[in-house]
Write a protein that binds this ligand. Structure first.
Ligand SMILES: [Zn+2]
Length: 207
């Protein structure tokens, strides 16, 4: 009886041991499978790249670039403002230049008119002077003609009313060597003794 129990216990222990061992093996197998799976995953996962290892430096670089970008944007904004101001200044200067040019043209026009007026005045003065000079010369001719007439009447004992001809007064051997010519191309009329000789030009008159 005791032996049976012992045998039974041994048998039971053996069975139990087998069962435990069996369970342990299965557990080990499962653990092993899990580890294998993890290993496979790690192998499948990409190796840590240089970029990953350099990530802080990359971020630093990007931050610096961002800073530079902001600075450039600021400079561009300032440049744009300056460009706009310059554009306005250029427009202002162009307007001033246009105004100055118009002023120069206006003054040139005024000067041209003034010069023309002075020239006209000078020409008129010259013409008046020439007219006076011609009138004086013509009147001088009329004085000579009148003197010749009086001398002709005296020498020929003629009275007033006698009308001389050219051949009576003008000739190398007569009172006046050649018939006088009005400098303004007027025509002389000898008229009768006692009356003044006349010129057809107004103002060419004996006083
Ligand atoms: Zn005259």
């Amino acid at each position: 009886m005791k032996i049976k129990i012992v045998l039974g216990l041994v048998a039971a222990a053996a069975v139990a041991g087998f069962v435990w061992e069996h369970g342990a093996v299965r557990q080990l197998q499962e653990d092993n499978a899990a580890l294998q799976g993890q290993l496979a995953e790690q192998k499948a996962a990409p190796a840590p790249s240089a970029a990953d290892s350099a990530a802080p430096e990359e971020i630093k670089r990007l931050r610096e670039e961002h800073g530079e970008l902001l600075q450039l944007r600021g400079e561009y904004s300032q440049w744009k403002t300056k460009a706009a101001v310059s554009s306005l200044e250029i427009e202002k200067l162009q307007n001033q230049l246009g105004g100055a040019r118009q002023e120069v043209l206006r003054q040139a026009e005024v000067q041209a008119q003034e010069t023309a007026r002075r020239n006209t005045d000078a020409a008129a003065t010259l013409a008046r002077t020439a007219a006076v000079s011609q009138a004086n010369e013509c009147i001088n001719n009329l004085v000579k003609i009148n003197g010749a007439k009086e001398q002709w009447a005296l020498e020929n004992k003629l009275v007033n009313g006698a009308i001389p001809q050219d051949r009576d007064l003008f000739g190398p051997a007569l009172y006046i060597a050649a018939r006088p010519v009005c400098p303004a191309a007027g025509n002389y009329t000898l008229n009768a003794v006692g009356a003044a000789p006349t010129c057809s030009i107004a103002g060419h008159t004996l006083p």
